[in-house]
Design a binder for this molecule. Structure first.
Ligand SMILES: [Zn+2]
Length: 72
């Protein structure tokens, strides 16, 4: 019998590596979502989603033209 455990990539909790562990190698759906969200944000940055305030300051968005872009 094998009772292998792997550390959850998100929170490092030991996870049983068998068919009963639904979210392996993660310990839970939450940790899986966190991990996927992390690499998605790094890989495909989506403008307007969770940009830090500092970034907004650096870019200095032109508020007027942004509004004009969207419509009248
Ligand atoms: Zn976890």
């Amino acid at each position: 019998m094998s009772n292998r455990k792997v550390p959850c990539p998100t929170c490092r909790t030991p996870v049983d590596w068998d068919a009963d562990t639904r979210w392996r190698p993660f310990c839970s759906e939450r940790c899986k979502t966190i991990d996927l969200g992390g690499w998605l944000q790094e890989d495909n940055r989506i403008p307007g989603v969770e940009l830090p305030d500092e970034f907004m300051d650096v870019v200095d968005w032109d508020d007027e033209s942004a509004k004009g872009d969207r419509g009248p």
